[in-house]
Design a protein around this ligand. Structure first.
Ligand code: GDP
Ligand code: ZN
Length: 277
């Protein structure tokens, strides 16, 4: 099974063979796992009609023993996609991984634009950092967040993940992609996952395919619990269980109408509930 393979972040028991090499004897239990769905191994046409069910999808572990996930977005080029951000957040809530939101390319912010991009997430209690890899802004704060931990940088291509790592630790010399190229989904560049160690006690997992990042065995009926602002309303609906989508007397829908829950977040909830993650 793929989940048994050694992945980035794994702690192993090994024995040395000749000098400098060794054999892995055992992968030690993982304290956390970040996984994604492996692509369905059936013809595309069939796959299009194929409704993924948790038990039939194959789990592909990307990183083990993570301390936190940094989800990087940019102010512009590309602009943030709240649904995508919510998917990452729900995934992290589901596996109980701390998560930090990074808003990069702050140098591209126009004067008349609000400075607190994605401020909604700060109100929800998430840590939001504002950076610019070009104008070298917000880097000390970001370095402090990363220090002493094993983190993964997630987020769409072209937002500046490699650039931020280079700005923080110039010796890393991560390859910086062109946006047009990064957006070309048809391109299948084979990228190998790497564990970077920019400081003696700091690790950053650089993994391809974080776009498909999703979590595993979540029951749609539990989805509400992974939206922190919904939690106080759960159990107060007229019906139980309540999907919070069409039932009369739904406390969550009342909270949306009264402005206690942001409509965009509620929309993300509905889309994830109906179409999966
Ligand atoms: P990644 O795909 O997330 O690793 O993004 P890259 O680091 O490859 O950056 C994609 C593009 O965005 C490159 O052309 C970078 O030069 C540019 N870029 C990265 N960070 C910034 C930033 O803070 N400001 C601006 N203006 N451009 C940036
Ligand atoms: Zn409800």
């Amino acid at each position: 099974m793929r989940a048994d393979l050694v992945v980035i972040g794994d702690r192993v028991r090994w024995s040395p063979t000749v000098e400098g090499t060794g054999i892995i004897e055992e992968v030690l239990p993982r304290k956390s796992v970040l996984a994604r769905a492996a692509p369905p191994s059936r013809p595309l046409k069939e796959a299009a009609r194929y409704k993924p069910a948790a038990e039939t999808l194959e789990q592909q572990v990307i990183v083990a023993n993570l301390d936190q996930v940094l989800v990087v977005f940019s102010v512009h080029n590309p602009t943030p996609n709240p649904l995508m951000l919510d998917r990452y957040l729900v995934a992290c809530e589901a596996v109980e991984l701390p998560m930090v939101v990074v808003v990069n390319k702050m140098d591209l912010l126009e004067e008349d634009e609000e400075r607190d991009v994605l401020a909604l997430y700060r109100r929800l209690g998430y840590d939001v950092h504002y950076t610019s890899a070009v104008a070298l802004q917000g880097l000390e704060g970001l370095r402090a967040v990363l220090r002493g931990k094993l983190s993964v940088l997630a987020g769409p291509s072209g937002v500046g993940k490699s650039s931020l790592l280079n700005a923080l630790w110039p010796l890393l010399q991560r390859k910086v992609g062109e946006i047009s190229e990064a957006r070309d989904r048809g391109k299948h560049t084979t990228v190998v996952s790497q564990l970077l160690q920019p400081d003696p006690d700091t690790y950053v997992a650089d993994t391809p395919g974080m776009r498909q990042f999703r979590f595993w065995d979540i029951d749609p009926e539990q989805l509400d619990a992974f939206f922190p602002e919904m939690r106080p309303h759960i159990g107060k609906c007229r019906f139980s269980p309540c999907t919070h989508i069409h039932e009369p007397g739904c406390a969550v829908m009342v909270a949306v109408e009264q402005g206690e829950i942001d409509p965009l977040r509620y929309e993300s909830y509905c889309r994830m509930f109906e179409h999966g993650f």
